[in-house]
Design a protein around this ligand. Structure first.
Ligand code: S3P
Length: 442
């Protein structure tokens, strides 16, 4: 479903009330996309347990179905089965592939389709996705011989991919982006000769872990795993994938429990992949009161439970370019935390936030200022002068799922009630967010 149809109906948000009890957040969005995509190009059946049943992975599944991949219906609490078509099995789709609101869908699928020689594909998305830069993927793929066209010299969807026989290459990516890296790795699986991706900083590594588990010949080397090499010619084999809870969804409860007085919460089954746990480093900086319990490894990904209680004297924090790839999606909710913490918090090296589902630096500043926050916006970050009470306000997600959920947490600590329009954006990554919020509130 396209976000253009998101409703403007106002949702009432009552202030106050701590967060209590236990919650299991839905499956990791990044891992869910990859399980669907890799299952589609594997041989045989892939079974996915814990797939995120939200709009973004549903967009990935619907694109794959249009290319002849059989995927069982995506329903809550039900395993998903995919019949893989093999590395070169995609049918030329008769329809446009609609990636909805999902940048991961569009970018990873671009990598998969670039090498399907003799076939033509057209990809588009909702209004937000059609504004997001795609040349960052098209450009490196062109170095491998790909033909990708689109508006503004191939930068904006709708995009047309004319499948080509690709050649391997050594490619340095300009930004640490798991989406760019993964697109190149997927194209490399069927290219002629080996491909190496060199990232400026280590982005999330779910693709590397899962491609290896599916049987790809992939090696990770270099300082901090920034060099990834793929040798083509290895078929992928269908697997059982178990998707852990998404730490980026858990982040709303983690920060909520830290800042809302009286909270005491356990978040179960949270993925703790070290390329994603920047928020835990920030909790330490903030001197938050939390512990990680029952850590274990599930299907190649570290997992644990997080127990967190309200901490009345949190410390301001500093985020810079170094930590950014490990908490890129958590910046909106961390901005809410900074508003509540006495002192000045600073976020730099975050210009990537401007090309997410919305310009998250601008949108969070605008919405939190409506609540009375004192925030200065810079080209690559924010300075937040915290400790001033937030007031209830008329809020707008501006169609961004993470903004909707961040503002919902901000509304709990506001001095008066708020309202939010386009709150249903949360369904992009967390379909039961509003129900869980109701259940966890005191
Ligand atoms: C994602 C990578 C991140 C993240 C996005 C999901 C992925 O984007 O913001 O929500 O699944 O690869 P970038 O890789 O572009 O930073």
């Amino acid at each position: 479903m396209s976000l253009i149809s998101k409703t403007y109906q106002e949702r009432h948000l009552q202030s106050g009330g701590g967060l209590f009890g236990k919650v299991r957040v839905p499956g990791d969005k990044s891992i869910s996309h990859r399980a669907l995509l890799f299952g589609a190009i594997a041989e045989g059946t892939t079974t996915i347990e814990g797939l995120l049943p939200a709009e973004d992975p549903i967009s990935t599944a619907s694109c794959l179905r249009k290319m002849g991949v059989s995927i069982s219906q995506i329903k809550r609490n039900q395993n998903i089965e995919i019949e893989g078509v093999g590395l070169d099995g995609f049918k030329e789709p008769k329809e446009i592939l609609d990636c909805g609101n999902s940048g991961t869908t569009m970018r990873l699928i671009l990598g998969l389709l670039a090498g399907r020689s003799g076939r033509h594909f057209v990809l588009t998305g909702d209004e937000s996705l059609r504004r997001r830069p795609m040349q960052r993927v098209g450009q490196p793929l062109k170095l491998m011989g790909a033909k990708v066209n689109g508006r503004s010299n191939g930068n904006f969807a709708p995009l047309a991919v004319c499948g080509q026989k690709l050649r391997g290459a050594v490619i340095g990516t300009p930004v640490a982006s798991a989406q760019i890296k993964s697109a190149i790795l997927l194209a490399a699986l069927t290219a002629e000769g080996s491909t190496t991706v060199i990232e400026p900083a280590h982005s999330r590594d779910h693709s590397e872990r899962m491609l290896k588990a599916f049987g790809a010949n992939l090696e990770v080397g270099g300082e901090m795993g920034r060099h990834i090499n793929v040798q083509p010619g290895y078929k992928l084999q269908g697997q059982k994938v178990i998707v852990p809870g998404d730490i980026s969804s858990a982040a709303f409860w983690i920060i909520g429990a830290s800042i809302v007085p009286g909270s005491d919460l356990t978040i179960e089954n949270v993925g703790l992949n070290p390329t994603r746990t920047g928020i835990l480093e920030v909790l330490q900086q903030m001197e938050a009161s939390f512990e990680i319990i029952n850590t274990r490894e599930v299907a190649g990904e570290p997992v644990g439970n997080i127990h967190i209680t309200h901490e009345p004297s949190l410390k301001p924090f500093t985020l810079d370019e170094e930590i950014m790839p490990r908490l890129i999606d958590e910046v909106p909710i961390l901005t809410v935390a900074a508003c509540l913490i006495d002192g000045v918090s600073s976020i730099t090296g975050a210009s990537e936030l401007r090309v997410k589902e919305t310009d998250r630096l601008a949108v969070m500043t605008r919405q939190l200022k409506a609540m009375g926050a004192h925030i200065e916006e810079h080209s690559d970050g924010l300075t937040i002068y915290g400790g001033k009470p937030l007031q209830g306000a008329l809020l707008d997600s501006e169609t961004d799922h993470r903004v909707a959920m961040s503002l919902a947490i901000a509304s709990l600590v506001a001095k008066s009630n708020s309202k939010m329009i386009r709150s249903d954006a949360a369904a992009v990554s967390y379909p039961d967010f509003w129900e869980d919020l109701e259940n966890l509130r005191n």
